[in-house]
Design a protein around this ligand. Structure first.
Ligand SMILES: [Zn+2]
Length: 138
């Protein structure tokens, strides 16, 4: 189901990592990263390889917040409710790219929803009992 089957060269992908491509080409590669597992692995290798070089692609990505998933997507990722490809992309984004912004977002989401199910059902009960009181009060 991959629309884009362009064979990118390492040079092109490196240019992508350094944001040296036209916006349109950047967007196409991002789209491909979200949907193509093999492609993602290849870019991961390239990133890992470059981490040892003078410039870290991860740093560039971190600096530019490239392809950050939305907060909603991060929330679904936490709950495991994403389609596999997108879940893996986010994993890639968090672990390979090491995006601090998204990690912070994720921590935030985790702590706000982590209150265990117990807390939630307590809240729910509280809500229901308040509603009940309002209704009986009328
Ligand atoms: Zn991010």
């Amino acid at each position: 189901m991959t629309a884009d089957s362009t064979e990118y060269t390492d040079a092109e992908l490196t240019a992508y990592l350094e944001e040296g491509l036209a916006a349109e080409a950047m967007a196409r590669i991002e789209e491909r990263l979200r949907s193509d597992d093999g492609f993602r692995r290849r870019v991961t290798l390239l990133v890992n390889h470059r981490e040892t070089g003078r410039h870290s692609a991860g740093d560039l990505w971190r600096g530019n917040r490239l392809s950050c998933p939305s907060r909603q997507e991060l929330g679904s990722y936490l709950l495991g409710g994403l389609e596999e490809d997108l879940g893996q992309y986010i994993h890639f984004h968090l672990d390979t790219v090491g995006c601090r912004v998204c990690r912070a977002n994720l921590d935030d989401l985790r702590s706000s929803s982590s209150d265990s199910p117990g807390t939630q059902s307590r809240r729910q009960k509280f809500f229901e009992s308040s509603v009940g009181r309002i209704r009986t009060g009328q």
